[in-house]
Design a protein around this ligand. Structure first.
Ligand code: NAX
Length: 332
């Protein structure tokens, strides 16, 4: 029997991540090869953006994907999020010239109050919201606070691209294939303060720290390469990561939806584990237990270097939360 389609909303669908993401969803990479989908594509109400979105939809038609059962093209968030099972919040404004991180947070925050409210009022009650648009942790926090009727654990933000980047760096250094690297963990904020964990991440089943055996590299070049990989891609390509970002989102949602073995990294609401302040959305090691559920992995050991770095990335998240305090309402 044919399965009922999953409805997936994607904001910023005409952007570069959208362009790399939509064919992957429509071809079954996210929800499996026998799961039909309906794509609800949301863009800003500007002629150029809506025209670009029409072009993307024409290309999706021209792919004749067997699993694609319908598309909605809209700039109205109430229509865009109607009945969706997944809301993938990719669209946001890029940082302009001379703009500080705080300005960007303030500029983009209101987008996520409006989208959070629309998800609260119109999405399916089991809707999972995943935020990619930066600053993604804090934007996810804003969306979560704007959707009080939905459980907090239905909101997450993406550090899967950072996780995959860490896996690639460790594999290259160890001279093995990236599939040998497992349980790769990113802690904290999706920003230059994020913390790639060399102690609990494994290569061939052993601690990466033990296998690499070079603390200077692990605490130096490894850290900075993962933290600054986004900037390196912009310098090389003239554009920010899109293919790898779309791939990270496919991985994040697929694991959440289907469940998986081992540890993955996701930004989820803190329950106070590992000293991360409750009420922040921070990247944690998680087990995806299937059916869109996850648990924060407990009991991992950290050294003093990692603990200190986690403390600073969490402090950055707390600072971001203060900047957007007026958007979090009374529940913050
Ligand atoms: P683009 O500028 O190519 O596309 C963004 C699209 O979003 C545009 O088409 C724009 O019209 C649309 N948009 C803006 N505001 C919107 C709104 N309120 N509602 C609906 N659509 C809206 O950017 P792209 O390269 O696709 O990147 C999108 C976002 O992903 C950026 O915020 C970027 O910083 C972030 N990233 C996050 C990553 C992560 O790992 N979490 C990595 C990649 C990427 O840098």
């Amino acid at each position: 029997m044919t399965k009922a389609p999953i409805r997936v909303a994607i904001t910023g669908a005409a952007g570069q991540i959208g362009y790399a993401l939509l064919p992957r969803i429509a071809s079954g990479a996210m929800f499996g090869p026998d799961q039909p989908v309906i794509l609800q594509l949301i863009e800003i109400p500007v002629e150029a953006a809506m025209n670009a979105l029409k072009g993307v939809a024409m290309e999706l038609d021209d792919c004749a994907f067997p699993l694609l059962q319908g598309m909605v093209l809209t700039s109205d968030v109430n229509e865009g999020f109607k009945d969706v099972n997944y809301a993938l919040l990719v669209g946001s404004k890029p940082r302009g010239p001379g703009m500080e991180r705080g300005d960007l947070i303030k500029e983009n925050g209101p987008i996520f109050t409006g989208q959070g409210r629309a998800i609260n009022d119109h999405a399916a009650r089991d809707c999972r919201t995943v935020v990619v648009g930066n600053p993604c942790n804090t934007n996810a926090l804003i969306a979560m606070h704007s959707a009080p009727d939905l459980p907090d654990n239905q909101f997450s933000a993406m550090t899967r691209l950072d996780q995959n980047r860490a896996m690639a760096q460790l594999a290259t250094k160890a001279g093995v294939h990236s599939s040998e690297v497992t349980d790769a963990i990113i802690w904290g904020n999706h920003s230059a303060t994020q913390v790639p964990d060399y102690k609990n991440t494994k290569i061939g089943g052993k601690s990466a720290q033990e296998v690499i055996g070079d603390m200077d590299w692990l605490q130096g070049e490894f850290f900075t390469t993962v933290q600054k990989r986004g900037a390196a891609i912009i310098a090389a390509r003239g554009l920010s990561s899109a293919m790898s970002a779309a791939n990270g989102l496919v991985d994040h949602v697929r694991d959440l939806y289907m469940g998986c073995e081992g540890i993955r990294s996701m930004c989820v609401p803190s329950d106070g584990s590992y000293g991360v302040t409750e009420g922040l959305i921070s990247s944690f090691p998680v087990h995806c237990t299937g059916n869109n559920n996850y648990e924060i992995v407990q009991g991992l050991e950290l050294d003093d270097f990692l603990k200190a770095r986690i403390e600073s990335t969490v402090a950055e998240l707390a600072g971001e939360k203060e900047v957007v305090a007026d958007l979090l309402g009374a529940s913050a």
